[in-house]
Write a protein that binds this ligand. Structure first.
Ligand SMILES: NC(=O)c1ccc[n+]([C@@H]2O[C@H](COP(=O)([O-])OP(=O)(O)OC[C@H]3O[C@@H](n4cnc5c(N)ncnc54)[C@H](OP(=O)(O)O)[C@@H]3O)[C@@H](O)[C@H]2O)c1
Length: 270
């Protein structure tokens, strides 16, 4: 019997934003395992963590061409800059997969609904709505049939959120709306698919810091009791769904909000 290693992403060129840590890092490494030939990741300040991700990728295969891009999701030019830098650092003229994972969810910027400043509101909108929107628009002209854009959304997009998650949830809802609009506008001409993955509470730095700020009974109610298994996700619970969407088997899934939250949205599913 011939044994084979499944490599559904063989030869694909991928960009993953915010991939020095958390979900983005795990997705980048999973893409390497599944055969991507070119992987560009972005980070903000933690270059050591970002370099570790690239080392893990090259431990899987030293043939994978990688690129490290420093980019701030709160910058108005984030999307265009990332696409430009990825094409030039990877020395390619096309992109197959974009995982638009970067978002502002830093607990330092989360505020109460009643006292939220306009300045912080605008920063959230730029980072979580404008930047993924511009990233998609900048990438699409470089993508061909079979291309994939996957935006990492949140269960907070559809929940009646409580402080301090209200504005963060609203930005995710706005971004999901743009995902649907892009999917309606572009795939007919381009053959690419555009979806969002609605992640629930996941064990990554942003959530850990957020939990530390909230009273224990809140974190229990908000994050733990809501999933069917009564636990938060590990990043590996999420990567398989993103990788499946990035691959050929998901070709008829388009414009969707794909929940990946351990059943935490059961009550919203009617
Ligand atoms: N974790 C959850 O519970 C959860 C739940 C729902 C949705 N999500 C979504 O999942 C995505 C990833 O979140 P995560 O929890 O995996 O994050 P995380 O572990 O906290 O990772 C932080 C990442 O964001 C980068 N970063 C921080 N500030 C940035 C900025 N201003 N511009 C660009 N990059 C910046 C960091 O770069 P450095 O390492 O260089 O600092 C690092 O790569 C986000 O879209 C988030 O909204 C997460």
């Amino acid at each position: 019997m011939i044994s084979s290693i499944p490599a559904p992403l063989a030869g694909r060129v991928a960009i993953i934003t915010e991939a020095s840590r958390g979900i983005g890092a795990a997705v980048a490494i999973d893409f390497a395992r599944r055969g991507c030939s070119h992987i560009a990741i972005t980070y903000l300040g933690n270059i050591d963590a970002a370099k570790k991700v690239l080392s893990s990728i090259n431990e899987i295969s030293s043939d994978i061409k990688t690129a490290l891009i420093r980019a701030d999701v709160t910058s108005e030019m984030f999307g265009q800059d990332v696409v430009k830098a990825a094409l030039s650092s990877l020395a390619v003229n096309h992109i197959d997969i974009v995982v638009s994972n970067a978002a502002l969810s830093d607990t330092k910027t989360l505020q109460s609904m009643e006292t939220h400043t306009k300045e912080a509101f605008d920063q959230f909108m730029t980072a979580n709505v404008w930047s993924p929107f511009q990233l998609s628009l900048a990438a699409i002209p470089h993508m061909g049939r079979g291309g994939r854009i996957i935006t990492i959304s949140s269960v907070a997009s559809r929940r009646p959120n409580v402080n301090p998650m209200v504005i963060l949830g609203a930005t995710k809802a706005a971004s999901d709306s743009i995902t649907r609009a892009l999917a309606a506008a572009y795939p007919r001409r381009t053959g690419i698919t555009i979806n969002s993955v609605a992640v629930g509470p996941t064990n990554a730095d942003a959530l850990r810091m957020g939990m530390a700020k909230l009273p224990k009974e809140w974190t229990e109610a908000l994050y733990v009791r809501v999933t069917a298994e009564r636990r938060i996700a590990e990043v590996d619970d999420v990567t398989g769904v993103v990788s499946w969407l990035a691959g050929p088997d998901s070709k008829w899934v388009n414009g969707n909000f794909v929940p990946c939250s351990g059943g935490s949205m059961l009550e919203l599913q009617g």
